[in-house]
Write a protein that binds this ligand. Structure first.
Ligand code: F3S
Length: 753
């Protein structure tokens, strides 16, 4: 295990550390004294402090040291801007950025890419220059989708990766635990803070038998989504094993891992096996393949390891599935699908079939899909539905262009889009169906929530394997079952499509295509990060001010929020995402969705200095301009929803000091601490009712100490002052964040000392 094997072919100096991992595991084993699941082995071998870390699945918070960070272009903007504000010369852990989310599909690959490069020029220039400056690998627009690039280049067995995108678990295809996180978590790891994760439970999924005929790895996860529902994997890692698992290709495993996000799973893992070995060799990483073999014992579960929940799926009997519409867990086997479509009045005509995306772009997927298209072409048929292909990477595009599948798709009537997310993330200028018209589309993607693909809430979007997308595109009907139904060829003669065939890996190896990678230069000191001062999409962040060392007195309550206040209420998405790299602009959405307890309305609060009623961000800006810090009062589970860091950055930017609630969603609470704010909770939740939106409050910040409550003195508009006890969950290190103004300020300070 002592060997120096590089994590990938693109970076020098970043090695796979199986030796350290096995030492950590030995420590944990001696403490826990029980067999471990594979998921646990990956996590525990990456513990910051294996000797002292509390380890209880579903209970403890693990402090981890991931091997890598990956960011897509939409989420990378704020993550990198924050990292820059720490003033460190380079990222502390290997990091890559991938330009895939901002490319709109309109007419096809090259033209769309050209347009996107023009529209997003300032974002790409910023990311490219910041990556060069801070030693981050940069994948240019056109290179492909983040998760495909990670699988092709960076994933390795037993590794731990965090990525600022929900489908990061795609790297399960190579036995990696890859976890989707918010930007704030990515920044921590870039800046060398340990990363915190609640110790996940482990769901064991035993796969028996082997896939055959029309059934694909996608059907395993479609079936599982039906069993577990969109919530069933929450707080858990899905661990696949068994002969059925080893019968699937590495890229097939990646598909299962990828879509594990749809059941809320933290991530999914597969034990290291021959299929992964072969994929590593095919992607020119034989040294990693061999090295992993020497660590094989720890790249699978221990004999007798116990799971929190157990599920078994027999692949011999598994039918192809179609899930949807509107939710990925409404799973229907193909044999029942026509009937379900009729009963539920799903529009019969299939308007568009879409294959590819990060979920199903492998060579295997493409060759199988092309075999069906070729079968149809041989019978004189083309796709009746519009047919769209999104290659997952430049390497896949170039390989299928060389080997002929791309031409088959074009002959079949398909449009080949840029190597990017495109319609999967709503970057789709769809023209064939007017908004509001009910219609059906079928894709090999992973997510099908209302409006996701084309912004039309009446579109019935279904997800399935690429095989079924192609087959049903030929028929143009949701009622068609290729396993049992016949089609009519050009002469009106009936025929049945043959079951698809494909190659797991290209016989002639992968064709890398155009070089779309920008390595960080050796001399980075002179690189200038490009942010135009007049940009409305990007803004350099200045470090937040440190605490002044005093109690805060006579602060107004900006808003007393009532009922559900999610991160969407605090920082709305939709059109605001355009400003995700510009803190001041996006702050104009701060708390505009929260309901004011004073009037039951959203985005209408009273400015105590003027008596006027105004929008929440406007009042906050006015207080900030007048140097008046403010607080928010919140209800139960404040900040639930996503890990969106903007929800914590915005109140800090607009001059807030504390958020005082009945309770917090934990991730948001931590995010507030990271930005140097005080998340506090009423020791007696009933005190929430004693506070009126017009009151003023003092927060006795000087009392802040680990495990001790802190006092809030309330000055009611009418009546006598009273004190309220507030609890908090700050530990020593986090108190330093508050004192220094933020976690990043603390990192920067420590780096200097
Ligand atoms: Fe992109 Fe869709 Fe995957 S948005 S990363 S292709 S889930």
């Amino acid at each position: 295990l002592d060997r120096k094997v590089k994590q990938n072919l693109l970076e020098e100096g970043n090695f796979i550390n199986y030796k350290k991992m096995s030492e950590n595991l030995a420590v944990v084993r001696s403490r826990l004294n029980r067999p471990l699941t594979y998921a646990e082995k990956i996590l525990y071998s990456h513990l910051d402090n294996p000797h002292e870390q509390d380890i209880e699945r579903g209970v403890s918070y693990l402090r981890l040291r991931p091997d890598r960070v990956a960011c897509q272009d939409a989420t990378a903007q704020m993550a990198i801007l924050q990292f820059m504000s720490a003033g460190m010369p380079s990222v502390a852990n290997p990091t890559t950025v991938h330009c895939d989310h901002l490319i709109e599909a309109q007419v096809g690959g090259e033209k769309d890419l050209e347009r996107a490069i023009n529209i997003n020029k300032e974002v790409y220039d910023f990311l490219a220059s910041a990556c060069a400056k801070y030693n981050i690998g940069f994948w240019k627009p056109g290179s492909g989708i983040i998760h495909q690039i990670i699988l092709e280049n960076y994933a390795f067995p037993g590794g731990l990766l965090i990525g600022t995108d929900s489908h990061t678990p795609n790297a399960a295809g190579l036995g990696m635990a890859a976890i989707g996180v918010g930007g704030a978590d990515a920044v921590d790891v870039m800046a060398n803070l340990p990363w915190e994760l609640k110790a996940p439970k482990v769901i064991g999924v035993k796969l028996t038998g082997a896939l055959n005929g029309w059934t694909t790895p996608k059907d395993v996860i479609l079936k599982l989504a039906g069993i577990l529902t969109v919530k069933g994997g929450t707080g858990s890692i899905v661990e696949y094993y068994g002969e059925g698992a080893s019968s699937m290709s590495a890229t097939g495993k990646a598909t299962c891992g990828n879509m594990g996000a749809e059941i809320g799973a933290t991530t999914s893992v597969f034990p290291y096996d021959k299929a992964m070995f072969d994929y590593l060799v095919a992607t020119k990483r034989s040294d990693i393949a061999e090295f992993a073999k020497t660590y094989q014992k720890e790249l699978q579960a221990d004999e007798g390891a116990e799971y929190d929940q157990h599920i078994e799926i027999n692949l011999n009997e598994l039918e192809p599935h179609i899930n949807g519409p509107f939710t990925p867990d409404l799973a229907t086997p193909i044999s029942k699908f026509a009937q379900a479509a009729k009963e539920n009045n799903w529009p019969e005509e299939l308007k568009v079939g879409l294959i590819g995306s990060c979920t199903n772009s492998s060579y295997e997927d493409m060759t199988r899909a092309a075999s069906i298209a070729r079968d149809a072409l041989d019978h004189g048929l083309k796709a009746k539905a519009a047919f769209v292909v999104t290659p997952g990477s430049e390497q896949i595009r170039a390989t299928i262009a060389r080997d002929g599948q791309l031409q088959t798709f074009e002959e079949f009537g398909g449009t080949v889009l840029a190597n990017a997310c495109g319609p999967c993330i709503g970057q789709w200028d769809r023209r064939d169906t007017p908004k509001g018209t009910p219609n059906s589309i079928l894709s090999s993607y992973n997510r099908n929530f209302t409006g996701r693909n084309d912004g039309n809430p009446a579109t019935h979007s279904f997800v399935t394997s690429p095989d079924l997308v192609v087959a049903m595109s030929i028929a143009g009907s949701l009622y068609f079952n290729p396993l049992t139904d016949s089609l009519k060829d050009k002469d009106g003669k009936e025929f049945k499509l043959q079951a698809p065939t494909g190659a797991g890996l290209p016989d002639r190896g992968y064709d890398p295509g155009q070089n779309t990678y920008q390595a960080p230069p050796a001399d980075r000191a002179t690189v200038q990060v490009q942010v135009s001062p007049t940009s409305d999409r990007l803004q350099v962040l200045s470090p937040f001010n440190a605490w002044n060392g005093k109690d805060a007195t006579d602060m107004p309550i900006l808003i007393k929020a009532q009922g559900k206040t999610t991160t969407d209420h605090i920082s709305m998405a939709g059109p605001w995402l355009k400003y995700r790299g510009h803190l001041d602009n996006i702050s104009n959405n701060m708390l505009i969705g929260a309901i004011n307890a004073a009037n039951g309305e959203a985005n209408k609060v009273q400015n105590f200095t003027t008596g006027e009623w105004d929008a929440v961000p406007a009042v906050a800006r006015d207080y900030k301009a007048k140097n008046i810090p403010w607080v928010v009062i919140g209800d139960w589970n404040y900040g639930e929803g996503s890990s969106r860091e903007h929800a914590a950055l915005e109140p800090r930017h607009l001059g807030g000091l504390a958020i005082i609630t009945r309770s917090f969603a934990r991730i948001h609470e931590t995010n507030l601490k990271k930005q140097g704010m005080l998340p506090l909770t009423f020791a007696d939740p009933a005190d929430y009712d004693k506070i009126s939106p017009e009151d003023k409050v003092d927060i006795l910040c000087t009392e802040l100490a680990v495990g001790k409550p802190i006092t809030m003195r309330v000055h009611p508009k009418n009546g006598k002052d009273f004190d309220v006890k507030l609890n908090h969950t700050f530990n020593e290190a986090q108190i330093e964040w508050f004192k220094n103004g933020s976690a990043l300020n603390t990192m920067a300070k420590n780096a200097k000392n």
